[in-house]
Design a protein around this ligand. Structure first.
Ligand code: HH2
Length: 294
């Protein structure tokens, strides 16, 4: 199910879009090992699409702080069968590959992906921009200070928001120079990628400054460590409520794509927030039993 030359996500500037995470990894920080075999990963994709994910993001390399890089062969082995398996089901969700590697992106696109999520923003392999341009793909370019192995060592900024903004503007310009139409590009401040708790909160508080670049902003706060630092929730899976709060705050400040593990919870939070802030009508009328409870 290739969607070459498909329409850009036309409503990304308005309604919130949920991007569900499928980590096909043994070591991701919050769900490592749970979906490491392809069958479990595909079943998880079905569940996330049913819960309201319009984009499914398949990743085969953990980028958590301190993680070691994965070989190209291993990443291919993890990702391609899952993209193929989910694509074959025709769930209606857009398939995205979470990779910095050209060969992995190429194989995922052959298998049905139409969106490249590159946490290196085309710095790791600049030729990835050419693939996105040639195949008419959507992409997400994310800010990261340094590399996953060392990024949390001692991150320092004069002003985190203006530095992240300048970086994203530069990467957007580089993508456009490589032939990627601007309307295919989404931008992400990279929550937790070379940032302290204070940096993450400052980015969230002043997200409008990133939104002002003019491209849809992707927010990836899901279950991350700063939420644990604030709430005291040590287990990543216990950070769902904190995640919903960050997504609602992000929506109010203009973010439109939310990369999350807990799709049902976040979709509900965003639906209520969008109905309030954006006057987006409810997706389905309330059931009679819900109506009775007012
Ligand atoms: N965060 C992670 C991975 N990819 N992509 C974007 N665009 N934005 C993010 O914030 C982002 C991302 C890290 O989270 P996760 O995939 O859950 O963990 P791991 O890297 O350990 O697999």
């Amino acid at each position: 199910m290739r969607r070459e030359g498909s329409q850009p996500i036309i409503n990304a500037m308005h309604r919130p879009t949920v991007m569900g995470v499928i980590n096909v990894t043994p070591d991701s920080f919050s769900d490592g090992g749970r979906f490491a075999d392809a069958e479990a990963a595909v079943a998880h994709g079905v569940r996330l699409a049913t819960e309201g994910a319009a984009i499914l993001n398949v990743g085969g390399e953990s980028t958590r702080p301190g993680s070691e890089p994965v070989s190209e062969q291993e990443e291919l082995r993890r990702v391609v069968g899952v993209v193929e398996g989910v694509a074959a089901l025709g769930l209606g969700a857009q398939l995205s590959v979470d990779t910095m590697k050209l060969a992995v992106a190429e194989a995922a696109v052959e298998a049905g992906a139409t969106y490249v999520n590159d946490v290196s923003a085309f710095r790791h392999e600049p030729a990835l921009a050419g693939l996105v341009a040639d195949r008419g793909l959507d992409c997400c370019l994310m800010h990261m200070l340094g590399e996953p192995r060392t990024m949390q060592a001692d991150p320092h900024y004069e002003d985190v928001v203006s530095e992240v903004k300048a970086f994203l503007e530069e990467r957007l310009a580089a993508a456009v120079a490589a032939g990627v139409p601007e309307e295919r590009v989404q931008l992400d401040p990279g929550i937790g990628f070379g940032k302290t708790v204070a940096h993450n909160l400052e980015l969230l508080r002043r997200l409008e400054e990133i939104v002002a670049i003019g491209r849809p902003v992707v927010l990836g706060t899901s279950r991350k460590r700063f939420i644990g630092a604030i709430t005291g929730r040590v287990a990543a899976a216990d950070r769902v409520h904190g995640t919903v709060a960050t997504c609602v705050l992000g929506l109010e400040r203009g973010a439109r794509v939310f990369r999350v593990h807990d799709v049902a919870a976040v979709a509900d939070g965003l639906a209520v927030a969008a109905a309030t802030l954006l006057r987006v009508p409810a997706a389905t009328p309330p059931s009679p039993s819900n109506r009775a409870s007012g």
